[in-house]
Design a protein around this ligand. Structure first.
Ligand SMILES: [Zn+2]
Length: 285
């Protein structure tokens, strides 16, 4: 847990999963990334699907950033990626913090790839997906929403439009256009390198202090190196420039970066090494 101004922040892991190391690190040679995240016999690395709960007692707001895989996964995907939930999943994690799904007032989805947005729904009557957070306004960038319904051949496998249907048919969807302050002390930074209109929530405390959820722009601590992008990135050169800005801001303000997929490090602070921002220390959130 971390206090930041009005916010009480808790990181939560929905589950862990395996992905091909090459797809997680793009052009980076295996000999380099394997030092940070050793692969298994099938060249897969183990990642986490991490969310963040932000509670503002004064306003009663309970904001959840990203929803993990959820429970509507197709069996093929779950088996292929060896999805496991040693902690019982996101809802169990929330309950341990005294928060039921119905208490979540706002869900901010960084983007709509399955491991970030799948938990938006849960199996309802007859196994049909229904909204997992029945009272939450769901904040999604408008262009990300449009892209998820008409993705390219490059990234089509990352989306499950059928799981978005209950949101599209209801009244809880809040489409956001660009960067803005969603609530006092919560800004949305928009990034285009990984996917169309990814939004990175930035929680602000007093003074310059802040914590930014890095989404898949910087999914693990290993990806702090600007050129270490994912093979999934739609615009790799844009991702490099956006990452440099994100890191420079975090270095200047001693800000905290939260990783959506690092299996061991939830968040970190940076220091300068060889003239560049680099990992300094892990931060418990
Ligand atoms: Zn992604």
């Amino acid at each position: 847990m971390l206090r930041l101004g009005r916010w009480r922040l808790h990181s939560l892991v929905d589950g862990t999963f395996s992905v091909d190391g090459g797809s997680a690190f793009g052009i980076v040679p295996r000999a380099l990334w394997a030092r940070d995240l050793p692969p298994d016999g099938d060249n897969r690395i183990r990642l986490a699907a991490r969310s963040l709960l932000a509670v503002d007692e004064a306003s009663g707001r309970r904001v959840l950033v990203d929803a993990g895989f959820g429970d509507c996964l197709d069996a093929h995907f779950a088996a292929h990626h060896s999805v496991e939930r040693p902690g019982g999943g996101l809802r169990a994690g929330l309950r341990a913090l005294g928060v039921e799904a119905g208490d979540v007032t706002d869900l901010v989805l960084t983007h709509l790839h399955l491991e970030h947005a799948g938990g938006l729904v849960r199996p309802g009557a007859g196994g049909r997906p229904e909204l997992a957070f029945p009272r939450a306004a769901v904040h999604v960038q408008r262009r990300a929403w449009q892209w998820a319904h008409a993705p390219s051949e490059h990234d089509r496998a990352a989306f499950r439009p059928a799981l978005l249907e209950p949101l599209g048919h209801g009244s809880q969807l809040h489409l956001v256009d660009g960067e803005l302050e969603l609530f006092p002390g919560l800004e949305l930074v928009v990034s285009e390198g990984h996917t169309v209109a990814q939004q990175l929530p930035r929680f602000r405390g007093e003074g310059e202090s802040h914590l930014t959820c890095c989404g898949d722009l910087v999914p693990t601590a290993a990806h702090l190196r600007p050129a270490w992008g994912m093979a999934f990135d739609l615009l790799p050169l844009t991702a490099i420039e956006e990452k440099k800005v994100l890191l420079a801001e975090a270095l200047e303000d001693d800000g905290i970066l939260l990783f959506g997929h690092d299996p061991a490090i939830a968040a970190c602070r940076l220091s300068e090494r060889d003239g560049h921002p680099a990992f300094r220390e892990a931060v418990e959130v």
